[in-house]
Design a binder for this molecule. Structure first.
Ligand code: G3P
Ligand code: MG
Length: 253
């Protein structure tokens, strides 16, 4: 059995176009689309009442006008938060996005998504996957979806939900561990998502030889990243999709 026929994009807008709009919001995904990105990376977590929402941190302090742990909020409470003003006044009306609303927008824009299962400290990866996976697999075709996580339990549980041909999985690594191959094989990974400054060329070569797509995070300076394309890197996950696109378009001329 093979993986889904994903045409891996050169650029993936990290948390949406997070240099231009508040991260992980509907506005950030619209901005990414307008900038010419065809895929976005987004983080998903659960609220207290198990509503899946698009959010990165374990708390709401940095990206809203509220305080406290995300997992202590109900959907109703989360909707009271202003999640845009911290980024800029023109985003004052932005609300926290539910996974459901985000999936609808991705379908409307026909965008692909690298959805990161974000298991923050003390959170249960199994419950998170059990809620998120059925919703995502119903909403999106396998060609427009890569699910990734730093958490091996979450990835294994995703694989339990769906076979290799129905769901592409990506293993996220800060520093690539010695047993990366074993970890990837255990979940039949489609892709490897390393922190790009820590990835070694020899590791990239071995990953390519083994048939993995390499999606590097978070690359924001296209000229600093430039030498990495020759290593066989498939995608740059970037806060700056417009700058990256401009740079690559010029380079190809
Ligand atoms: O998925 C790539 C990247 O988003 C992983 O780190 O902390 O930005 O979610 P983080
Ligand atoms: Mg992420």
């Amino acid at each position: 059995m093979t993986h889904p026929a994903i045409s891996v994009p050169t650029l993936i807008a990290h948390r949406g176009y997070s240099a231009a709009a508040p991260e992980n919001t509907l506005a950030a995904v619209r901005a990414a689309h307008q900038a010419g990105a065809t895929w976005v990376e987004l983080d998903v977590q659960l609220l207290k009442d198990d509503t899946p929402v698009i959010w990165h941190d374990g708390d709401v302090r940095r990206c809203s006008d509220g305080r406290g742990e995300l997992a202590n909020l109900t959907w109703q409470q989360a909707q009271q938060l202003n999640v845009g003003s911290w980024f800029g006044d023109r985003f004052a009306g932005e609300k926290m996005a539910s996974l459901e609303a985000m999936l609808a927008l991705l379908n409307e824009l026909e965008m692909g998504v690298n959805l990161e299962i974000k298991v923050n400290k003390g959170r249960d990866p199994i419950r998170l996957v059990d809620v998120v996976l059925p919703a995502v697999l119903t909403a999106l075709p396998p060609e427009r979806l890569v699910i990734s996580s730093f958490d091996p339990v979450a990835l294994a549980h995703c694989r339990h939900h769906a076979p290799k041909e129905a769901l592409a999985l990506g293993a996220l690594f800060g520093s690539v561990p010695k047993n990366w191959r074993e970890q990837c094989e255990a979940v039949e990974a489609f892709s490897i998502h390393p922190h790009w400054p820590r990835l070694k060329q020899t590791q990239a070569a071995a990953m390519c030889r083994d048939g993995y797509q390499i999606l590097c995070y978070t690359a924001n300076d296209p000229s600093a990243f430039d030498s990495r394309w020759a290593w066989g890197i498939a995608s740059a996950i970037t806060d700056e999709p417009a700058a990256f696109k401009r740079y690559l378009d010029n380079r190809q001329r």
